[in-house]
Design a protein around this ligand. Sequence first.
Ligand code: AVJ
Length: 318
Amino acid sequence: MITSKIPAVVFTPLAEEVLDGMTASPKRLPPKLFYDARGSKLFEQITELPEYYLTRTERAIFQQFAGEIVEQAGTNLTLIELGAGSASKTRILVQALARKQLRVGFYPVDVSASALKAAVASLNGNIRNLRVHPIVADYSAHVPLLDVPGSKLVLFIGSSIGNFETEEAVQFLMRVRGSLAPGDAVLLGFDMVKNARLLHDAYNDLQGVTAEFNLNVLGRINRELGGHFDLEAFQHVAFWNPKMSRIEMHLESGLRQEVWVRDLGMKFKFAAGERIHTENSYKFTETSIAKMIEHGGLHLERTWTDPEQWFSVVLARV
Ligand code: AVJ
């Protein structure tokens, strides 16, 4: 008998995401693809830009209220941070906890191994009673079920929740809730609706770092999938969409072109002016926050904000 084996084409998760998004209409790429080593570095640079008020505003809230926040959250806490990145703001909360507790466990979860390395390096050693347990995982797929001593405080800060569609955010909160026991808590960061100019500028910085960050997703496809994107042939586009209460980021093709991606064995056609939708960054109001948390099956316990109410930090419970 003659048998022949036809090798199945097995795509990597990245290849799947790219194939999916580039064959959709309109074309799209999910924002989690931004965060390879280079993208994570560029995001760290964004957080220090004068126009990008989010990080410094949330950090100021933590600096002012860290004691209150950890006090309100409970006793004998273990910190779990979803999408930790370099965890530079979390440090403030960790320090407040380390002053209050004999031992502090910190589980940063992130898709970027390189960002986690930076997190561990900046935290370990400095605080004697802290143990850091980094976890490389895509938390959007599943929330890790960790068995830790005491109660959990799950951090999802930096307005990372703004990348989700409303229904996705609600489902995400329900999954977080499913990983918690009574007495555990969640700390969420929300970027608030504000003056359109301020919102626009935060995603259109003068130095062009956000443009580089956006374009890096094409660079990543070139590097990891043998793509032939000409980064000069695409333009960063970011604008405030007031009807949807979100900043949208796109990459716009400057001309009619075809782009070959070797590992997908496909070429993608672009019309002049055609866009790839790369990110939504939702902005919130007190009302939209309360609704989302309630729909996620959680109780909003307390909110901390800055004097201009540009950013909100919310403690919620099962
Ligand atoms: C990490 C999702 C909060 O939406 O502001 C920054 C990502 N994109 N500049 C945001 C981002 C462009 C950021 N989040």
